[in-house]
Design a protein around this ligand. Structure first.
Ligand code: ATP
Ligand code: MG
Length: 410
């Protein structure tokens, strides 16, 4: 506030009685008056305080008022202090001090006329107050400007994130539609053909020997759609933190054998083979349905991106971790393929939602959700999943699971 600004005045004269008289004239509310009887003392005060005005006696022994003003001009801190020179001899004022940077220079003649002194001092004090208030406003303005800039930056970042999210959602929707359309189209075409046969009375395609294969085909398409919808539901559950696991004792090796068996048709379609290596049963407490999902996702990927080369699955207990004193033994599953592999730069991001490598997009359709869901399931069991791979040299995915899931995690 303009009215709150306190002003400091400096009066310099070698005669104490002059100082007293001047002090009495210029004193006032919200003003403090500092006195100096020499130029040296005045300079020392100027370095210590911020003055609104300096009233300098021109005739002083040692350094006179003009010389003191010259010194003030040489220092940044004192350069802008307005000056009123006080002199007894009118002629002296002809040497009117030149070149003082603030331009704020005035003169008073002895004997001092009280009214003139007061009005001149008031002008400078008001000027100082206005300048201070202005600076205060400028500082506030600069701070507000800085804040606005920060807000704009935050908004821009949020906008970019939003645009990316919208883009991802659009990509996702078009991928889902495409992925759902393929099995639906096949099913629809099948039904059309069957209808045609029936209208023409051609029952040959419906002979008992041909029916199991027909049903098998239909089931495959339906399963594809169910898997897709399940994946989407899982992602939604993961986002809301609602994916729960229900651990029960089972044998990981036996489960792996079942999963490998169930993939017979996909293995055939990929022109590949899967071999399972397990030295014996691997007993532990896990969510069987979810761990099956983990292995199925890894094997589906190995068949999809494995270039038809043999796939090797290994299940066992991690001897290395069991060997460490205090380290709890862990179960492990590895899935090794000899396909296109994954560049080091992609090896972390493929575990995120919708992330796929450029290479894989050319070869096969996919939503980029499998590994994301897989990692979340593994972590929910207190385990980890990692990948080792080089482009063109296949990939090895390794899952480790504590033999028993800590109660807190489940
Ligand atoms: N065995 C593998 N060899 C090479 N690349 C792989 C392999 N497994 C995964 N990837 C890469 O990681 C990406 C993400 O895999 P993820 O299983 O999450 O999704 P997806 O297979 O594309 O789709 P889906 O959601 O149907 O599983 C794949 O698109 C592929 O680029
Ligand atoms: Mg996948």
């Amino acid at each position: 506030m303009l009215t709150d600004v306190e002003s400091k005045l400096l009066i310099v004269d070698d005669l104490p009685e002059n100082l007293m008289a001047l002090d009495a004239l210029v004193r006032g509310p919200l003003r403090t008056v500092h006195q100096a009887t020499s130029a040296d003392a005045a300079l020392a005060l100027m370095l210590e305080h911020e003055f609104a005005l300096a009233i300098l006696d021109v005739q002083m022994p040692g350094m006179n008022g003009f010389e003191l003003a010259e010194m003030m001009r040489g220092t940044e801190r004192t350069r802008h202090i307005p000056i009123i020179f006080v002199s007894a001899a009118g002629s002296e004022l002809n040497y009117a001090f030149k070149g003082y940077e603030s331009g704020a220079v005035d003169f008073l003649q002895k004997p001092l006329d009280g009214h003139v002194v007061i009005s001149k001092v008031n002008v400078f004090v008001d000027l100082h107050r206005h300048r201070k208030a202005l600076k205060h406003e400028m500082d506030a303005l600069a701070a507000a400007h800085h804040q606005t800039e920060q807000l704009v930056q935050q908004l821009q970042t949020a906008q970019c994130e939003l645009q990316r999210a919208v883009r991802m959602r659009d990509d996702f929707m078009s991928m889902v539609s495409h992925e759902l359309r393929t099995p639906l189209n096949t099913l629809y075409l099948e039904t059309q053909v069957r209808k045609l046969h029936l209208t023409k009375g051609n029952l040959a395609p419906f002979e008992p020997a041909k029916l199991p294969a027909m049903i098998e085909r239909d089931q495959r398409q339906i399963q594809n759609m169910v898997r897709l919808i399940d994946d989407m539901l899982d992602v939604t559950r993961l986002r809301s933190g609602a994916l729960s696991i229900q651990p029960k004792p089972f044998d990981l090796a036996a489960m792996a054998a079942r999963v490998v068996d169930s993939l017979g048709q996909q293995v055939e379609a990929a022109g590949s083979t899967i071999t399972l290596h397990a030295a014996g049963p691997v007993q532990g407490m896990w969510d069987e349905f979810r761990v099956e999902q983990v292995l199925t996702n890894l094997l589906t990927n190995a068949l999809r991106y494995g270039g038809g080369k043999p796939v090797r699955v290994e299940v066992g207990v991690d001897v290395a971790s069991a060997g460490f004193a205090g380290a709890a033994p862990q179960a492990f599953m590895t899935v090794r393929d000899g396909g296109m592999g994954i560049a080091t730069a992609d090896q972390e991001r493929i575990f995120e939602q919708f992330e796929r490598t450029a290479d894989s997009k050319k070869h096969a359709a996919g939503l980029g959700l499998g590994l994301y869901i897989t990692r979340q399931i593994v972590r929910a069991h207190g385990g980890e999943i990692s990948v080792e791979s080089q482009p063109g040299a296949g990939a090895v995915f390794r899952v480790t699971l504590p033999l028993e899931v800590a109660a807190a995690i489940s």
